[in-house]
Design a protein around this ligand. Structure first.
Ligand code: PA5
Length: 446
């Protein structure tokens, strides 16, 4: 369902990879023996195979209710509380779903709370009047400013439109079992709630109600998603690089970092993977970028970005390697026809599938980038089904955990995210941050 096809062999000889085996085995034991740093956040490891069936039915029932009563679901959340759902809706959905004729059109899922733009929020509140609305507010901590602020506006909108009791029936809260302002608010207002397990961190939470409720509402087959992840759980439980492609990928990243390649670009020739790459960036960036270590995770959509970033990748600073994600069987099968007169000069492609042209672009680019000193890892996702995506989510989560331990960091915390928050609260004058506000004022005066 997901294969490691090319492993940068031009830059990493097989013996170098083999030398990583003992380190990989140790890191594997830290994960499976639950003895590494952050081991109280390993809930994602068997989440799919052990998913509570009562909870799954609860999610499906709520999703069916949302679909029956709404045209639009606003999913409010940031980071791990939105990227997974956004990735899956894009990967498994129609590229222009909102323009499909009624009837064929699934429920529209719109996102909020992932920025603080007044323009975005104003526009969102304006379009909500075009249909019936439900809201899913998602925050593990229940205290994150961006989603809390967006929800304040959305709550007001919903209450004005549906009345307090009517709004409460259309608002679903996904949060911690007992802690946080969102839990308190949900209890106070009587919202239907979904629990994010204590042992699953935000960026590992796509296969909890965080991702599953908006996905089920948006028409994604969440059972197949969990099925794919369950399959990955079994296939990727082996302890060696030779047997476990997620570990081979992690070991390759580690070797390439040691060789001075400090930037990893996740690239794909399938635009439906755009938000998957955003999800992947958070997963690896927040898990590894600490203690002044780690690879910087970037992404590009090819061939689009070959006409912008392509020059730099081919010819700029030699700091990066690429992980190319190919979809073996994409949606749609178009064949190039013949044009009388060949005015556009494309008749040499007659009879070829568009996929084969896309593959030619990929092969050509991989050859050119390899020649230009950019190592190429290639992964292949079988198709664009929920099963394959579930497998891919788990593949990268497992690779990320192992990678973090190989690097010598705790892959499950995110202390660096707090620094900007403290400054922001100090600037805005949040109660409890008086000392920081004073310190900031002092430094500004200097
Ligand atoms: O991975 C993480 O834990 C974070 O990036 C969170 O997903 C993000 O900060 C959102 O947090 P919360 O769900 O608590 O609002």
């Amino acid at each position: 369902m997901l294969r490691l096809v090319h492993r940068a062999e031009e830059f990493v000889p097989a013996r170098e990879l083999e030398l990583q085996e003992p380190f990989v085995r140790t890191a594997h034991e830290l994960i499976h023996g639950r003895s590494g740093a952050g081991n109280d956040f390993l809930g994602w490891l068997h989440l799919a195979s052990e998913f509570d069936q009562v909870e799954l039915r609860h999610i499906e029932e709520a999703a069916a209710r949302i679909r029956a009563t709404s045209d639009i679901l606003v999913a409010i959340g940031i980071g791990g509380s939105y990227l997974g759902a956004r990735a899956a809706l894009q990967f498994n959905g129609h590229a222009f779903a909102d323009l499909l004729p009624r009837g064929e059109k699934p429920l529209t899922v719109l996102f909020a709370g992932n920025n603080i733009s007044p323009g975005y929020l104003t526009d969102l509140l304006q379009v909500l009047d075009t249909g019936e609305v439900s809201v899913n507010v998602i925050s593990k901590s229940g205290t994150t400013t961006e989603p809390a602020l967006a929800f304040r506006f959305l709550k007001e909108y919903m209450e004005k439109r549906y009345g307090k009791a009517g709004a409460a029936k259309r608002i679903y809260a996904t949060t911690d079992r007992s802690k946080g302002a969102l839990r308190t608010l949900a209890t106070q207002e009587g919202y239907e709630t979904f629990v994010i397990p204590d042992d699953v961190g935000g960026r590992f939470s796509v296969l909890t109600p965080v991702g599953l409720l908006p996905l089920a509402a948006g028409g994604v087959d969440v059972r197949a998603l969990l099925g794919g992840a369950t399959e990955a759980e079994k296939a990727l439980a082996r302890p060696t690089i030779a047997e476990n492609p997620a570990y081979a990928y992690a070991a390759l990243r580690s070797i390439l970092l040691q060789k001075g390649k400090g930037v990893e670009m996740l690239v794909s020739y399938e635009p439906a993977l755009h938000y998957f790459a955003e999800w992947w960036k958070q997963l690896f960036g927040e898990s590894e970028g600490k203690d002044h270590k780690g690879l910087f995770p970037g992404s590009a959509d090819f061939s689009t970005d070959l006409h912008s970033l392509g020059q730099f990748i081919q010819d700029g600073s030699r700091v990066m390697f690429e992980t190319v994600v190919r979809v073996a069987q994409p949606r749609g099968s178009l064949t190039v026809g013949e044009l009388a007169g060949d005015a556009d000069g494309l008749n040499y492609l007659t009879g070829k599938s568009v996929q084969s042209v896309n593959d030619a672009a990929m092969e050509a680019t991989m050859l050119a980038h390899t020649a230009g000193g950019v190592p190429q890892i290639q992964l292949e996702i079988a198709d664009m089904t929920e099963r394959s995506l579930g497998y891919a989510f788990y593949f990268f989560e497992k690779a990320c955990a192992l990678s973090g331990y190989l690097l010598g960091v705790n892959p499950f915390d995110q202390p660096g995210v707090e620094a900007y928050k403290t400054n922001m609260f100090a600037i805005l004058g949040k109660p409890g941050y008086e000392a920081q506000t004073a310190a900031l004022a002092k430094s500004r005066d200097r």
